[in-house]
Design a protein around this ligand. Structure first.
Ligand code: F6R
Ligand code: ZN
Length: 186
């Protein structure tokens, strides 16, 4: 019998929402990486190209594409707007489109925007403690509607993959914009 204690190689801080350890990947999305995502082209062009819009950290304990594994991620979306549209992630379907995902709110305030294959779009409010099940064949995107960072945890299958092309080509069927100081899907 083996009774040794081992430490997990990756730690998640409950105070600063940071993944620490190896292997962790760090990805940033700046204004210049989000061409065509926002509606107001003039407002988009007025932003500094190097401005950070969101970052993602992920622990991928098995190679991408492995069946049966799981990935753990943390997305941080900065507060701000492009015109009247909130800062948001690119959004995607999973490449294996029947793969589901959990999101949960950790900090800040936002919306999870969801769209099915018939292009019906709806949104769920994200706040610390909110839990979101993103079912099969549902495109998903996060928007920060508050004035501090929005931090959201995620767990998805290691063979899900990301299909950005459909959203890049056709977008979601609705956009989350600020109307009279409040978020509205239009
Ligand atoms: C993984 C997942 C999240 C997003 C992240 C960034 O399947 O849904 O980790 O990847 O919120 O959004 P995208 O990938 O749309 O740029
Ligand atoms: Zn996903």
């Amino acid at each position: 019998m083996h009774l040794k204690n081992f430490q997990s190689p990756v730690e998640f801080s409950l105070t600063n929402y940071y993944l620490k350890g190896e292997p962790v990947i760090n990805q940033t999305r700046k204004t210049k990486d989000l061409t065509g995502i926002f509606q107001d082209q003039k407002a988009y062009e007025s932003l500094y190209p190097e401005q950070l819009i969101y970052s993602v950290q992920a622990w991928m304990p098995v190679p991408e594409g492995t069946p049966g594994g799981l990935f753990f991620g943390v997305s941080t979306i900065m507060p701000g707007k492009v015109g009247n549209e909130y800062f948001m992630t690119k959004g995607h379907f999973h490449s294996k489109s029947d793969r589901a995902e959990f999101y949960w709110g950790l900090k800040g305030k936002g919306m999870l925007i969801l769209m099915d294959l018939n292009r019906n779009t709806w949104a769920e409010e994200v706040c610390p403690g909110s839990l979101h099940y993103i079912g099969a064949h549902i495109a998903h995107r996060l928007a920060n509607t508050g004035d501090e960072n929005l931090v959201v945890g995620a767990c998805w299958p290691s063979d899900a993959g990301h299909d950005y092309d459909e959203i890049a080509a056709n977008g979601f069927s609705a956009r989350l914009v600020e109307v009279d100081g409040k978020p509205r899907l239009t």
